[in-house]
Design a protein around this ligand. Structure first.
Ligand SMILES: [Zn+2]
Length: 130
């Protein structure tokens, strides 16, 4: 079966370089994924230099997300159990969001109205940190 992260389609691309791409995920307002261009399974498959670049990208994205969305918390996760291609989830969390205090990968507990989000401005802000 082809890897869905190697076969790029219908992604809302924010930024791309030779190591990774940054996309907006529509499942949760403001949710971002950083995906390596290479099909590698684990973080330790990166060279040291690549690991530093990817880590800084996640840090910068988180900082912009905090500034722009002002969430109660940000969750960073690299699971890859379903899709074993290295990708980092960066997810804004709110104390009344549907999963709080659990992970967004769990079942929803409640409904929640997310704060309004200017998607174009948000994407520009995220892009500006690279
Ligand atoms: Zn892949």
């Amino acid at each position: 079966m082809p890897c869905p992260l190697c076969e790029i389609k219908n992604e809302d691309l924010i930024y791309k370089n030779d190591l990774f791409r940054v996309i907006l995920v529509d499942e949760i307002p403001g949710y971002i994924r950083v995906i390596t261009n290479k099909h590698i399974k684990e973080f330790s498959d990166l060279s040291d230099e690549e690991a530093v670049k990817l880590t800084l990208a996640v840090k910068k994205t988180e900082k912009k997300m905090l500034e722009f969305l002002n969430p109660d918390k940000i969750n960073i996760a690299a699971l890859g159990n379903m899709v074993p291609h290295l990708h980092i989830h960066i997810i804004p969390r709110y104390k009344n969001d549907p999963w709080w205090p659990g992970a967004t990968f769990c079942d929803k507990k409640r409904d929640f109205n997310y704060p309004p989000l200017n998607i174009q401005k948000y994407k520009e802000e995220i892009r500006s940190c690279f």
